[in-house]
Design a binder for this molecule. Structure first.
Ligand SMILES: NC(=O)C1=CN([C@@H]2O[C@H](COP(=O)(O)OP(=O)(O)OC[C@H]3O[C@@H](n4cnc5c(N)ncnc54)[C@H](OP(=O)(O)O)[C@@H]3O)[C@@H](O)[C@H]2O)[C@@H](O)CC1
Ligand SMILES: [K+]
Length: 505
Protein backbone atom coordinates (compact mmCIF):
# COMPACT_ATOMS: atom_id res chain seq x y z
CA UNK A 1 0.00 0.00 0.00
CA UNK A 2 1.47 3.32 -0.99
CA UNK A 3 1.19 6.04 1.64
CA UNK A 4 1.73 9.69 0.85
CA UNK A 5 2.12 12.57 3.28
CA UNK A 6 1.72 16.33 3.03
CA UNK A 7 4.74 18.65 3.12
CA UNK A 8 4.00 19.82 6.67
CA UNK A 9 3.91 16.27 7.97
CA UNK A 10 7.19 15.49 6.18
CA UNK A 11 8.85 18.57 7.67
CA UNK A 12 7.64 17.69 11.16
CA UNK A 13 8.95 14.16 10.78
CA UNK A 14 12.32 15.43 9.57
CA UNK A 15 12.75 17.82 12.50
CA UNK A 16 13.61 15.33 15.29
CA UNK A 17 16.03 13.51 12.99
CA UNK A 18 17.77 16.74 12.03
CA UNK A 19 17.98 17.67 15.72
CA UNK A 20 19.76 14.39 16.37
CA UNK A 21 22.20 15.25 13.60
CA UNK A 22 21.03 12.56 11.18
CA UNK A 23 22.54 13.60 7.81
CA UNK A 24 19.26 13.58 5.86
CA UNK A 25 20.45 15.76 3.01
CA UNK A 26 23.55 13.68 2.57
CA UNK A 27 21.43 10.55 2.31
CA UNK A 28 19.04 12.24 -0.09
CA UNK A 29 21.93 13.41 -2.27
CA UNK A 30 23.61 10.00 -2.22
CA UNK A 31 20.37 8.36 -3.37
CA UNK A 32 19.94 10.96 -6.09
CA UNK A 33 23.49 10.43 -7.39
CA UNK A 34 23.07 6.65 -7.26
CA UNK A 35 19.88 6.88 -9.30
CA UNK A 36 21.60 9.03 -11.93
CA UNK A 37 24.44 6.53 -12.21
CA UNK A 38 22.05 3.59 -12.44
CA UNK A 39 20.02 5.24 -15.19
CA UNK A 40 23.05 6.35 -17.17
CA UNK A 41 24.37 2.79 -17.11
CA UNK A 42 20.96 1.41 -18.05
CA UNK A 43 21.11 3.58 -21.18
CA UNK A 44 24.36 1.81 -22.05
CA UNK A 45 26.52 4.87 -21.35
CA UNK A 46 29.71 5.16 -19.33
CA UNK A 47 29.46 7.30 -16.20
CA UNK A 48 32.79 9.21 -16.54
CA UNK A 49 32.39 11.91 -19.15
CA UNK A 50 28.59 11.94 -19.00
CA UNK A 51 27.31 15.52 -19.01
CA UNK A 52 24.90 16.31 -16.17
CA UNK A 53 23.21 19.66 -15.70
CA UNK A 54 21.85 20.54 -12.25
CA UNK A 55 19.12 23.16 -11.85
CA UNK A 56 19.60 24.58 -8.42
CA UNK A 57 17.12 26.70 -6.48
CA UNK A 58 18.07 28.50 -3.30
CA UNK A 59 16.39 26.12 -0.85
CA UNK A 60 17.27 22.70 0.47
CA UNK A 61 15.94 21.09 -2.70
CA UNK A 62 18.80 22.83 -4.51
CA UNK A 63 21.04 21.63 -1.65
CA UNK A 64 20.16 18.02 -2.42
CA UNK A 65 21.18 18.54 -6.02
CA UNK A 66 24.45 20.35 -5.19
CA UNK A 67 25.60 17.50 -2.94
CA UNK A 68 24.51 14.99 -5.61
CA UNK A 69 26.48 16.88 -8.28
CA UNK A 70 29.53 16.85 -6.01
CA UNK A 71 29.27 13.07 -5.71
CA UNK A 72 28.82 12.70 -9.46
CA UNK A 73 31.75 15.00 -10.24
CA UNK A 74 33.95 12.82 -8.06
CA UNK A 75 32.90 9.87 -10.23
CA UNK A 76 34.18 11.63 -13.34
CA UNK A 77 30.84 13.08 -14.47
CA UNK A 78 31.08 16.42 -16.25
CA UNK A 79 28.78 18.34 -13.90
CA UNK A 80 27.45 21.89 -14.33
CA UNK A 81 24.90 23.85 -12.34
CA UNK A 82 22.65 26.81 -13.00
CA UNK A 83 21.71 28.72 -9.85
CA UNK A 84 18.51 30.72 -9.42
CA UNK A 85 19.79 32.69 -6.40
CA UNK A 86 22.01 32.31 -3.37
CA UNK A 87 22.45 28.55 -3.06
CA UNK A 88 22.61 26.23 -0.06
CA UNK A 89 25.99 27.21 1.42
CA UNK A 90 27.39 23.79 2.36
CA UNK A 91 26.12 22.25 -0.86
CA UNK A 92 27.73 25.00 -2.89
CA UNK A 93 31.04 24.53 -1.10
CA UNK A 94 30.95 20.75 -1.62
CA UNK A 95 30.08 21.10 -5.31
CA UNK A 96 32.83 23.70 -5.84
CA UNK A 97 35.42 21.50 -4.18
CA UNK A 98 34.42 18.56 -6.36
CA UNK A 99 34.87 20.60 -9.54
CA UNK A 100 31.23 21.27 -10.48
CA UNK A 101 31.12 24.20 -12.92
CA UNK A 102 28.71 27.05 -12.13
CA UNK A 103 27.31 28.55 -15.28
CA UNK A 104 25.34 31.74 -15.74
CA UNK A 105 21.82 31.78 -17.07
CA UNK A 106 23.01 32.84 -20.54
CA UNK A 107 24.61 29.43 -21.08
CA UNK A 108 21.54 27.43 -20.01
CA UNK A 109 20.46 26.64 -23.56
CA UNK A 110 23.79 25.28 -24.77
CA UNK A 111 24.35 23.26 -21.58
CA UNK A 112 20.82 21.86 -21.74
CA UNK A 113 21.25 20.95 -25.40
CA UNK A 114 24.29 18.80 -24.76
CA UNK A 115 23.69 17.36 -21.26
CA UNK A 116 22.49 13.75 -21.21
CA UNK A 117 20.93 14.26 -17.78
CA UNK A 118 19.13 17.21 -16.19
CA UNK A 119 18.58 17.14 -12.43
CA UNK A 120 15.73 19.33 -11.23
CA UNK A 121 16.43 20.93 -7.86
CA UNK A 122 14.62 24.21 -8.45
CA UNK A 123 12.00 23.73 -5.74
CA UNK A 124 10.74 20.88 -3.58
CA UNK A 125 8.24 20.83 -0.73
CA UNK A 126 9.06 24.45 0.11
CA UNK A 127 7.42 25.74 -3.10
CA UNK A 128 4.40 27.99 -2.73
CA UNK A 129 2.03 28.79 -5.61
CA UNK A 130 2.92 28.73 -9.30
CA UNK A 131 6.58 28.63 -10.28
CA UNK A 132 8.11 32.15 -10.15
CA UNK A 133 10.97 33.81 -11.96
CA UNK A 134 13.77 33.02 -12.48
CA UNK A 135 12.85 29.33 -12.14
CA UNK A 136 9.89 29.87 -14.45
CA UNK A 137 12.04 31.18 -17.32
CA UNK A 138 14.47 28.28 -16.83
CA UNK A 139 11.65 25.72 -17.16
CA UNK A 140 10.24 27.50 -20.22
CA UNK A 141 13.64 27.43 -21.92
CA UNK A 142 14.29 23.80 -20.96
CA UNK A 143 10.97 22.68 -22.43
CA UNK A 144 11.88 24.45 -25.69
CA UNK A 145 15.27 22.76 -25.74
CA UNK A 146 13.72 19.37 -24.98
CA UNK A 147 11.41 19.39 -28.00
CA UNK A 148 14.24 20.53 -30.29
CA UNK A 149 16.68 17.80 -29.29
CA UNK A 150 17.14 14.70 -31.44
CA UNK A 151 17.33 12.58 -28.27
CA UNK A 152 15.46 13.72 -25.18
CA UNK A 153 17.52 14.17 -22.02
CA UNK A 154 16.95 11.99 -18.98
CA UNK A 155 15.26 14.30 -16.48
CA UNK A 156 15.49 13.36 -12.80
CA UNK A 157 13.50 15.42 -10.31
CA UNK A 158 14.75 15.79 -6.76
CA UNK A 159 11.84 15.12 -4.40
CA UNK A 160 9.17 16.52 -6.80
CA UNK A 161 9.03 17.90 -10.31
CA UNK A 162 9.32 21.66 -9.81
CA UNK A 163 6.00 23.38 -10.41
CA UNK A 164 3.63 20.72 -9.09
CA UNK A 165 1.70 21.09 -5.84
CA UNK A 166 3.24 18.59 -3.40
CA UNK A 167 0.03 18.22 -1.42
CA UNK A 168 -2.64 18.14 -4.11
CA UNK A 169 -1.02 17.47 -7.50
CA UNK A 170 -2.23 20.74 -8.98
CA UNK A 171 -0.06 22.38 -11.62
CA UNK A 172 -0.94 26.06 -11.41
CA UNK A 173 1.66 27.20 -13.98
CA UNK A 174 4.61 25.60 -15.75
CA UNK A 175 6.25 22.48 -14.34
CA UNK A 176 9.30 20.53 -15.47
CA UNK A 177 8.40 17.07 -16.70
CA UNK A 178 10.64 14.32 -15.30
CA UNK A 179 11.35 10.74 -16.35
CA UNK A 180 12.15 9.79 -12.78
CA UNK A 181 11.35 11.43 -9.46
CA UNK A 182 13.60 10.53 -6.55
CA UNK A 183 11.36 11.42 -3.63
CA UNK A 184 12.87 11.92 -0.21
CA UNK A 185 11.64 9.98 2.81
CA UNK A 186 8.09 9.29 1.71
CA UNK A 187 5.83 9.91 -1.29
CA UNK A 188 3.82 13.15 -1.51
CA UNK A 189 0.16 13.19 -2.71
CA UNK A 190 1.10 15.36 -5.71
CA UNK A 191 3.14 12.51 -7.16
CA UNK A 192 0.08 10.25 -7.25
CA UNK A 193 -2.73 12.65 -8.14
CA UNK A 194 -3.48 14.10 -11.55
CA UNK A 195 -2.26 16.30 -13.11
CA UNK A 196 0.99 16.42 -11.06
CA UNK A 197 1.57 12.68 -11.48
CA UNK A 198 1.99 13.16 -15.22
CA UNK A 199 5.13 15.22 -14.57
CA UNK A 200 6.71 12.76 -12.15
CA UNK A 201 7.56 9.74 -14.32
CA UNK A 202 8.75 6.76 -12.34
CA UNK A 203 8.83 7.27 -8.57
CA UNK A 204 11.84 6.13 -6.56
CA UNK A 205 11.39 6.49 -2.80
CA UNK A 206 14.47 7.12 -0.65
CA UNK A 207 14.13 5.79 2.91
CA UNK A 208 15.23 8.42 5.43
CA UNK A 209 13.82 6.86 8.60
CA UNK A 210 10.88 9.27 8.80
CA UNK A 211 8.22 6.60 9.34
CA UNK A 212 8.14 6.59 13.13
CA UNK A 213 7.68 10.38 13.18
CA UNK A 214 4.89 10.55 10.61
CA UNK A 215 1.23 10.70 11.70
CA UNK A 216 -0.49 7.31 11.70
CA UNK A 217 -2.95 8.51 9.08
CA UNK A 218 -1.44 9.49 5.73
CA UNK A 219 -3.04 12.15 3.52
CA UNK A 220 -3.38 9.70 0.66
CA UNK A 221 -3.25 5.94 0.19
CA UNK A 222 -3.12 3.72 -2.83
CA UNK A 223 -4.09 0.04 -2.88
CA UNK A 224 -1.48 -2.41 -4.14
CA UNK A 225 -1.73 -6.11 -5.04
CA UNK A 226 -0.88 -7.32 -1.55
CA UNK A 227 -3.72 -5.34 0.04
CA UNK A 228 -6.39 -7.20 -1.91
CA UNK A 229 -6.17 -10.25 0.35
CA UNK A 230 -7.27 -8.06 3.29
CA UNK A 231 -10.33 -6.88 1.42
CA UNK A 232 -11.51 -9.72 -0.80
CA UNK A 233 -13.37 -12.46 0.91
CA UNK A 234 -11.75 -15.80 0.10
CA UNK A 235 -14.48 -18.43 0.71
CA UNK A 236 -13.75 -21.16 3.24
CA UNK A 237 -15.32 -24.62 3.63
CA UNK A 238 -18.28 -23.15 5.58
CA UNK A 239 -19.04 -20.38 3.10
CA UNK A 240 -22.35 -20.31 1.30
CA UNK A 241 -23.78 -17.97 -1.27
CA UNK A 242 -25.31 -15.65 1.35
CA UNK A 243 -22.20 -15.44 3.47
CA UNK A 244 -20.23 -14.57 0.33
CA UNK A 245 -22.56 -11.67 -0.35
CA UNK A 246 -25.55 -11.09 -2.61
CA UNK A 247 -25.44 -8.17 -5.04
CA UNK A 248 -28.66 -6.62 -6.28
CA UNK A 249 -28.28 -4.97 -9.65
CA UNK A 250 -30.76 -2.45 -11.03
CA UNK A 251 -29.13 -1.28 -14.24
CA UNK A 252 -29.77 -1.10 -17.98
CA UNK A 253 -32.80 -0.10 -20.02
CA UNK A 254 -34.20 -0.63 -23.47
CA UNK A 255 -32.03 2.29 -24.49
CA UNK A 256 -28.88 0.85 -22.87
CA UNK A 257 -29.32 -2.92 -22.53
CA UNK A 258 -25.55 -3.49 -22.61
CA UNK A 259 -25.09 -1.71 -19.28
CA UNK A 260 -27.18 -4.42 -17.62
CA UNK A 261 -25.01 -7.12 -19.10
CA UNK A 262 -21.71 -5.45 -18.25
CA UNK A 263 -22.59 -4.56 -14.66
CA UNK A 264 -23.96 -8.03 -13.89
CA UNK A 265 -20.95 -9.72 -15.57
CA UNK A 266 -18.62 -7.71 -13.36
CA UNK A 267 -20.74 -8.32 -10.23
CA UNK A 268 -20.47 -12.07 -10.89
CA UNK A 269 -16.79 -11.91 -11.74
CA UNK A 270 -16.04 -9.96 -8.54
CA UNK A 271 -16.73 -13.03 -6.43
CA UNK A 272 -20.02 -12.31 -4.66
CA UNK A 273 -22.06 -15.42 -3.85
CA UNK A 274 -25.09 -14.41 -5.90
CA UNK A 275 -26.28 -11.69 -8.26
CA UNK A 276 -29.95 -10.67 -8.37
CA UNK A 277 -31.00 -8.62 -11.36
CA UNK A 278 -33.91 -6.21 -10.98
CA UNK A 279 -34.16 -4.38 -14.31
CA UNK A 280 -36.81 -4.23 -17.06
CA UNK A 281 -38.22 -7.52 -18.37
CA UNK A 282 -36.48 -7.28 -21.74
CA UNK A 283 -33.05 -6.69 -20.25
CA UNK A 284 -33.68 -9.43 -17.67
CA UNK A 285 -34.08 -11.90 -20.53
CA UNK A 286 -30.85 -10.73 -22.08
CA UNK A 287 -28.95 -10.92 -18.79
CA UNK A 288 -30.21 -14.41 -17.92
CA UNK A 289 -29.59 -15.70 -21.44
CA UNK A 290 -25.95 -14.65 -21.09
CA UNK A 291 -25.56 -15.55 -17.41
CA UNK A 292 -27.89 -18.37 -16.36
CA UNK A 293 -26.54 -18.12 -12.80
CA UNK A 294 -28.24 -14.74 -12.32
CA UNK A 295 -31.45 -14.71 -10.28
CA UNK A 296 -34.33 -12.40 -11.14
CA UNK A 297 -36.58 -12.87 -8.15
CA UNK A 298 -36.05 -10.61 -5.17
CA UNK A 299 -34.81 -11.63 -1.74
CA UNK A 300 -31.92 -10.85 0.57
CA UNK A 301 -29.40 -8.36 -0.87
CA UNK A 302 -26.20 -7.12 0.83
CA UNK A 303 -25.30 -4.37 -1.65
CA UNK A 304 -27.10 -2.66 -4.52
CA UNK A 305 -25.76 -1.36 -7.82
CA UNK A 306 -28.15 1.27 -9.10
CA UNK A 307 -28.19 3.38 -12.19
CA UNK A 308 -25.72 2.25 -14.89
CA UNK A 309 -27.62 2.60 -18.16
CA UNK A 310 -30.96 3.29 -16.44
CA UNK A 311 -33.06 5.77 -18.39
CA UNK A 312 -33.63 8.38 -15.69
CA UNK A 313 -35.91 10.32 -18.08
CA UNK A 314 -38.40 7.50 -17.64
CA UNK A 315 -40.28 8.54 -14.46
CA UNK A 316 -41.11 4.96 -13.52
CA UNK A 317 -37.51 3.78 -13.76
CA UNK A 318 -36.25 6.87 -11.93
CA UNK A 319 -38.68 6.48 -9.04
CA UNK A 320 -37.85 2.78 -8.78
CA UNK A 321 -34.14 3.63 -8.40
CA UNK A 322 -34.93 6.37 -5.85
CA UNK A 323 -37.13 4.00 -3.84
CA UNK A 324 -34.43 1.31 -3.84
CA UNK A 325 -31.86 3.88 -2.70
CA UNK A 326 -34.04 5.04 0.20
CA UNK A 327 -34.84 1.50 1.31
CA UNK A 328 -31.17 0.55 1.23
CA UNK A 329 -30.17 3.59 3.29
CA UNK A 330 -32.84 2.77 5.86
CA UNK A 331 -31.68 -0.84 6.05
CA UNK A 332 -27.98 0.14 6.15
CA UNK A 333 -27.27 -1.71 2.90
CA UNK A 334 -24.36 -0.26 0.90
CA UNK A 335 -25.19 1.12 -2.55
CA UNK A 336 -23.25 1.94 -5.68
CA UNK A 337 -24.95 4.83 -7.43
CA UNK A 338 -23.76 5.16 -11.01
CA UNK A 339 -24.37 7.27 -14.11
CA UNK A 340 -27.73 9.11 -14.31
CA UNK A 341 -28.75 7.94 -10.82
CA UNK A 342 -26.01 10.12 -9.31
CA UNK A 343 -28.29 13.13 -9.94
CA UNK A 344 -30.52 11.82 -7.12
CA UNK A 345 -27.95 13.25 -4.70
CA UNK A 346 -28.60 16.72 -6.09
CA UNK A 347 -31.20 17.06 -3.36
CA UNK A 348 -30.74 14.32 -0.76
CA UNK A 349 -28.00 13.63 1.77
CA UNK A 350 -26.83 10.05 2.26
CA UNK A 351 -24.45 8.11 4.52
CA UNK A 352 -20.97 7.18 3.31
CA UNK A 353 -22.14 3.61 2.64
CA UNK A 354 -23.57 5.09 -0.58
CA UNK A 355 -20.74 5.21 -3.12
CA UNK A 356 -21.19 7.35 -6.21
CA UNK A 357 -19.04 6.66 -9.26
CA UNK A 358 -19.11 9.80 -11.43
CA UNK A 359 -16.73 10.86 -14.17
CA UNK A 360 -15.81 14.54 -14.28
CA UNK A 361 -18.91 15.51 -16.30
CA UNK A 362 -21.31 13.76 -13.94
CA UNK A 363 -19.56 15.27 -10.94
CA UNK A 364 -19.84 18.74 -12.50
CA UNK A 365 -23.61 18.23 -12.84
CA UNK A 366 -23.94 17.09 -9.24
CA UNK A 367 -21.90 20.00 -7.87
CA UNK A 368 -23.95 22.45 -9.94
CA UNK A 369 -27.16 20.97 -8.51
CA UNK A 370 -25.69 21.46 -5.04
CA UNK A 371 -24.94 25.13 -5.75
CA UNK A 372 -21.15 24.69 -5.96
CA UNK A 373 -20.54 24.75 -9.71
CA UNK A 374 -17.16 23.60 -10.99
CA UNK A 375 -16.43 23.07 -14.67
CA UNK A 376 -15.05 19.77 -16.00
CA UNK A 377 -11.74 21.56 -16.51
CA UNK A 378 -11.68 22.77 -12.91
CA UNK A 379 -12.40 19.22 -11.74
CA UNK A 380 -9.63 17.80 -13.94
CA UNK A 381 -7.20 20.41 -12.57
CA UNK A 382 -7.87 19.38 -8.95
CA UNK A 383 -9.79 16.07 -8.87
CA UNK A 384 -9.10 15.33 -5.21
CA UNK A 385 -10.54 18.68 -4.13
CA UNK A 386 -13.65 18.17 -6.29
CA UNK A 387 -14.21 14.64 -5.00
CA UNK A 388 -13.84 15.77 -1.39
CA UNK A 389 -16.23 18.66 -2.00
CA UNK A 390 -18.89 16.32 -3.42
CA UNK A 391 -18.44 13.92 -0.51
CA UNK A 392 -18.77 16.74 2.01
CA UNK A 393 -21.88 18.16 0.33
CA UNK A 394 -23.73 14.85 -0.04
CA UNK A 395 -22.30 12.64 2.71
CA UNK A 396 -21.58 9.93 0.11
CA UNK A 397 -18.32 8.20 -0.63
CA UNK A 398 -17.16 9.48 -4.01
CA UNK A 399 -15.19 7.42 -6.52
CA UNK A 400 -14.26 9.98 -9.16
CA UNK A 401 -13.20 8.20 -12.33
CA UNK A 402 -10.32 9.53 -14.39
CA UNK A 403 -6.90 8.47 -15.51
CA UNK A 404 -6.32 8.36 -11.74
CA UNK A 405 -9.43 7.25 -9.86
CA UNK A 406 -9.87 9.15 -6.60
CA UNK A 407 -12.00 7.83 -3.72
CA UNK A 408 -12.95 9.58 -0.51
CA UNK A 409 -15.60 9.90 2.14
CA UNK A 410 -16.36 13.31 3.69
CA UNK A 411 -13.56 12.71 6.23
CA UNK A 412 -10.82 10.03 6.46
CA UNK A 413 -7.93 9.79 4.01
CA UNK A 414 -8.04 10.04 0.28
CA UNK A 415 -7.44 7.02 -1.96
CA UNK A 416 -5.98 7.31 -5.44
CA UNK A 417 -5.42 4.59 -8.03
CA UNK A 418 -3.45 5.38 -11.14
CA UNK A 419 -1.37 3.60 -13.68
CA UNK A 420 -4.20 1.84 -15.55
CA UNK A 421 -3.74 1.59 -19.29
CA UNK A 422 -5.31 4.29 -21.44
CA UNK A 423 -7.17 1.52 -23.28
CA UNK A 424 -9.37 1.27 -20.19
CA UNK A 425 -11.14 4.44 -21.30
CA UNK A 426 -13.76 2.64 -23.34
CA UNK A 427 -17.56 2.68 -23.40
CA UNK A 428 -19.04 0.45 -20.72
CA UNK A 429 -15.89 0.35 -18.57
CA UNK A 430 -17.78 2.39 -15.95
CA UNK A 431 -20.63 -0.15 -15.88
CA UNK A 432 -18.04 -2.86 -15.21
CA UNK A 433 -16.50 -0.84 -12.37
CA UNK A 434 -19.93 -0.26 -10.79
CA UNK A 435 -20.76 -4.00 -10.89
CA UNK A 436 -17.35 -4.95 -9.52
CA UNK A 437 -17.65 -2.44 -6.69
CA UNK A 438 -21.12 -3.79 -5.87
CA UNK A 439 -19.60 -7.26 -5.65
CA UNK A 440 -16.97 -6.27 -3.10
CA UNK A 441 -19.41 -4.10 -1.12
CA UNK A 442 -21.78 -7.10 -0.89
CA UNK A 443 -18.95 -9.18 0.58
CA UNK A 444 -18.65 -6.49 3.28
CA UNK A 445 -22.39 -5.77 3.41
CA UNK A 446 -23.08 -7.25 6.84
CA UNK A 447 -20.05 -5.56 8.45
CA UNK A 448 -21.04 -2.23 6.92
CA UNK A 449 -24.64 -2.61 8.08
CA UNK A 450 -23.34 -3.29 11.62
CA UNK A 451 -21.02 -0.29 11.52
CA UNK A 452 -23.87 1.99 10.40
CA UNK A 453 -21.61 4.71 9.05
CA UNK A 454 -19.00 3.55 6.61
CA UNK A 455 -15.93 4.54 8.72
CA UNK A 456 -13.81 4.90 5.63
CA UNK A 457 -14.32 1.28 4.55
CA UNK A 458 -16.38 2.06 1.42
CA UNK A 459 -13.63 4.40 0.15
CA UNK A 460 -11.04 1.69 0.73
CA UNK A 461 -13.20 -0.85 -1.10
CA UNK A 462 -13.80 1.62 -3.93
CA UNK A 463 -10.02 1.98 -4.26
CA UNK A 464 -9.67 -1.80 -4.27
CA UNK A 465 -12.31 -2.13 -7.01
CA UNK A 466 -10.50 0.54 -9.00
CA UNK A 467 -7.21 -1.33 -8.58
CA UNK A 468 -8.71 -4.64 -9.77
CA UNK A 469 -10.49 -2.88 -12.65
CA UNK A 470 -7.18 -1.35 -13.75
CA UNK A 471 -5.38 -4.69 -13.48
CA UNK A 472 -8.17 -6.45 -15.39
CA UNK A 473 -7.85 -3.88 -18.17
CA UNK A 474 -4.08 -4.46 -18.21
CA UNK A 475 -4.56 -8.24 -18.47
CA UNK A 476 -7.07 -7.76 -21.29
CA UNK A 477 -4.84 -5.48 -23.30
CA UNK A 478 -1.79 -7.66 -22.77
CA UNK A 479 1.15 -6.19 -24.59
CA UNK A 480 -0.99 -3.44 -26.08
CA UNK A 481 -4.11 -3.58 -28.21
CA UNK A 482 -7.56 -1.99 -28.13
CA UNK A 483 -9.92 -3.64 -25.66
CA UNK A 484 -13.66 -3.51 -25.01
CA UNK A 485 -15.43 -3.34 -21.67
CA UNK A 486 -16.63 -6.94 -21.68
CA UNK A 487 -13.00 -8.05 -21.91
CA UNK A 488 -12.27 -6.05 -18.74
CA UNK A 489 -15.13 -7.86 -16.98
CA UNK A 490 -13.80 -11.18 -18.32
CA UNK A 491 -10.34 -10.53 -16.90
CA UNK A 492 -11.55 -9.62 -13.38
CA UNK A 493 -11.22 -13.16 -11.94
CA UNK A 494 -7.63 -13.38 -13.15
CA UNK A 495 -6.84 -9.91 -11.77
CA UNK A 496 -8.23 -10.90 -8.36
CA UNK A 497 -6.43 -14.25 -8.46
CA UNK A 498 -3.10 -12.64 -9.28
CA UNK A 499 -3.51 -10.06 -6.53
CA UNK A 500 -4.44 -12.73 -3.97
CA UNK A 501 -1.35 -14.72 -4.92
CA UNK A 502 0.89 -11.67 -4.87
CA UNK A 503 3.79 -11.37 -2.50
CA UNK A 504 5.02 -8.09 -4.02
CA UNK A 505 3.88 -4.55 -3.28
N1 LIG B 1 15.68 19.76 5.63
C1 LIG B 1 16.50 18.78 5.19
O1 LIG B 1 17.59 18.54 5.71
C2 LIG B 1 16.11 18.01 4.06
C3 LIG B 1 15.46 18.58 2.99
N2 LIG B 1 15.24 17.93 1.89
C4 LIG B 1 14.99 18.63 0.65
O2 LIG B 1 14.65 19.96 0.94
C5 LIG B 1 13.47 20.32 0.27
C6 LIG B 1 12.74 21.36 1.01
O3 LIG B 1 13.60 22.42 1.15
P1 LIG B 1 13.13 23.87 1.55
O4 LIG B 1 12.26 23.79 2.71
O5 LIG B 1 14.34 24.69 1.72
O6 LIG B 1 12.28 24.33 0.33
P2 LIG B 1 12.53 24.20 -1.26
O7 LIG B 1 11.65 23.17 -1.75
O8 LIG B 1 13.97 24.07 -1.59
O9 LIG B 1 11.97 25.59 -1.77
C7 LIG B 1 12.33 26.80 -1.12
C8 LIG B 1 12.94 27.75 -2.13
O10 LIG B 1 12.06 27.86 -3.23
C9 LIG B 1 11.67 29.21 -3.38
N3 LIG B 1 10.29 29.21 -3.81
C10 LIG B 1 9.18 28.98 -3.08
N4 LIG B 1 8.09 28.96 -3.85
C11 LIG B 1 8.54 29.20 -5.12
C12 LIG B 1 7.88 29.31 -6.36
N5 LIG B 1 6.56 29.19 -6.46
N6 LIG B 1 8.62 29.52 -7.46
C13 LIG B 1 9.96 29.65 -7.36
N7 LIG B 1 10.64 29.57 -6.20
C14 LIG B 1 9.92 29.35 -5.09
C15 LIG B 1 11.92 29.86 -2.06
O11 LIG B 1 12.14 31.20 -2.31
P3 LIG B 1 11.62 32.31 -1.26
O12 LIG B 1 10.16 32.07 -1.08
O13 LIG B 1 12.40 32.02 -0.01
O14 LIG B 1 11.95 33.57 -1.93
C16 LIG B 1 13.13 29.11 -1.58
O15 LIG B 1 14.30 29.63 -2.17
C17 LIG B 1 12.76 19.04 0.08
O16 LIG B 1 11.87 19.10 -1.00
C18 LIG B 1 13.90 18.07 -0.17
O17 LIG B 1 14.31 18.14 -1.52
C19 LIG B 1 15.54 16.51 1.84
O18 LIG B 1 16.81 16.40 1.34
C20 LIG B 1 15.51 15.86 3.20
C21 LIG B 1 16.42 16.57 4.09
K1 LIG C 1 12.53 19.60 -7.70
Amino acid sequence: MLRAYRSDDVRQAEAPLLERGVPLMDRAAAALATEVIRRVRALGNRVPGTEVLGLVGSGNNGGDVLFALARLARRGVSASAILTGTPHAAGYAAASRAGVRFADAGTLRSLAESAEVWIDGLVGIGARGPLREPALEIVRELEEVRVGRPVEPLVIAADLPSGIGADDGTVPGLALRANVTVTMGIAKPGLVLDPGRRYAGEIVQVPLGLEEFLPSEPALLSVGARDIADMWDVPGPDSHKYSRGVVGVMTGSLRYPGAALLSTSAALAGGAGMVRYAGPRETSRLVVSQHPEIVTDMGRVQAWVLGSGVNMDDPEAASEVARRLQESITAGIPVVLDAGAITLLGSIDVPSTVVITPHAGELAELLAARGEPLSREEIAAAPSRAARLAATLTGATVLLKGSVDVACAPDDPLWAQGGAAGWRATAGAGDVLAGLLGSILAQWGDELADLGKGHGIPARLAAAASYIHGRAAAIAYGTGRPIVASEIAGAIPQAIGEALASTGE
